[in-house]
Design a protein around this ligand. Structure first.
Ligand code: NAD
Length: 401
């Protein structure tokens, strides 16, 4: 049988360390034998980012805007140590941050569920996708430590000089104050990305804020979501048989814990930060979490939620065997291939993505898995495989499907 043909290239963003090693193996063993892969390749490995003064990151994001679908390997975000280790010209910004800013996107993280790795929350039967609004609030705040008695005020001076002024607190003693902001445009983009992704995944969308207490700030999130839903998405949601649901954040948390899962949970920046760690650890493992960046215009960039697995890479460099989990990176590829197939109407490509995911999960369910999963599985006598052996087992399984 001939290989599956593609019409539009996928933007391929290569990365660093252990995930870069896995990247090539995944392509060689699981994708290239079956798909006549059309990809536009960008090397986001730290060395090449340095050689191009990080232009390659910008170019890869622009290519994603052009073609609509990208797949990204984990990359190093440089810190002081990395600047020394790689003799960098400067401390480049996080590639994910750069790409997110260009795509104006929202990140959706979804756990990969498999028999044998049970979520800590008994009722969760389907994955919960977490969408975090990654702009503003406490992450772009200003704070003052109040030294003693005095009046704290919130002042807005309009471009025309008009002033709006509110008293925050009349201090009689030392304390603290904080100023935060957000922008309508950013919340609107977040809302559109959430509605688009819910439609694309045919899943319910939940939003929770504290609008009973924060009657202007949090209320603005609720109002923007409501307006955009009514005007732009209600009809399509009804056709798709899905719903948009707003509730208070505390009620949302209570419902999440008792839910069966299977929905998308849109969170404000801080809630998303905290809740994504709760959801991912309760589902089992960071190595089983996928991540997709969705722009409000409907552009998709798929990746694993974890980093470059540095510790394993240093072992690999010493020639020691490693058992790094490639599942989330495989699912980044299947996500991108499926979406490309959907957009270009290539049924075989979508079916291939399904088969590769099925083969991957079957191997785990048969009791063969990487070390991180062997530690937490409920299956009896798991067999721990090295990264490459695990990929070979998936390749063999793929032949039988
Ligand atoms: P990491 O995700 O690489 O590792 C965190 C922990 O989880 C480690 O103990 C690791 O052994 C384990 N782990 C993660 N993925 C695993 C896998 N697939 N198989 C087995 N174990 C796994 O995060 P880190 O160590 O904090 O960061 C390493 C590098 O990754 C840093 O340079 C950081 O900048 C980068 N990073 C990149 C991204 C991204 O590109 N999306 C995300 C996070 C971190």
């Amino acid at each position: 049988m001939g290989k599956i043909q593609m019409t539009t290239p996928i933007v391929e963003m290569d990365g660093d360390e252990m995930t870069r090693v896995l990247w090539q193996l995944i392509k060689d063993k699981l994708i290239l034998p079956y798909v006549d892969l059309k990809s536009e390749y960008y090397d986001l490995g730290l060395k090449h980012r340095d050689e191009t003064d990080d232009q390659v990151t910008v170019d890869s994001a622009n290519a994603t805007l052009k073609y609509g679908v990208a797949v990204k390997c984990a990359t190093i975000t440089p810190n002081d140590e990395r600047v020394k280790e790689y003799s960098l010209k400067k401390m480049y910004k996080s590639p994910n941050g750069t790409i997110r800013a260009i795509l104006d996107g929202t990140v959706f993280r979804t756990p990969i569920m498999v028999k044998g790795i049970e979520p800590n929350v008994r009722t969760w039967e389907s994955p919960i996708t977490l969408a975090r609004h990654a702009y503003g609030d406490v992450y772009k705040n200003v704070e003052i430590r109040v030294p003693g008695p005095g009046k704290a005020e919130l002042v807005f001076t309009g471009a025309d000089g008009t002033e709006i002024r509110e008293t925050i607190h009349e201090f009689t003693e030392p304390g603290i104050i904080q100023g935060m902001h957000n922008k309508d445009a950013s919340i609107e983009s977040f809302a559109r990305a959430c509605f688009k992704y819910a439609l694309s995944e045919k899943k319910e969308l939940w939003l929770g804020t504290k609008d009973t207490i924060s009657k202007t700030y949090d209320r603005r999130f609720r109002d923007i979501f409501d307006e955009i839903y009514e005007k732009e998405f209600k009809e399509d949601f009804e056709k798709a048989g899905i719903t948009y649901f707003y509730t208070l954040i505390d009620d949302a948390v209570a419902r999440v814990m008792k839910s069966k899962g299977g929905f998308i949970w849109a969170c404000k920046n801080y809630d998303g930060d905290v809740m994504s760690d709760m959801v991912s650890s309760a589902f089992g493992s960071l190595a089983m979490m996928t991540s997709v960046l969705v722009s409000p215009s409907g552009v998709y960039e798929y990746e694993a939620a974890h980093g470059t697995v540095q510790r394993h890479y240093y072992k690999y460099l010493k020639g020691e065997p490693t058992s790094t989990n490639p599942v989330a990176t495989i699912f980044a590829w299947t996500g991108a291939l499926r979406k490309r197939g959907e957009l270009d109407n290539i049924k075989e490509l979508m079916e291939f993505a399904d088969k590769l995911e099925k083969a991957t999960l079957s191997v785990i369910e048969s009791g063969r898995m990487t070390g991180d999963l062997a530690l937490i599985t409920s299956l009896p006598n798991p067999v721990k495989l090295g990264s490459e052996e695990f990929l070979d087992a998936i390749a063999a399984e793929l032949e039988t499907i």
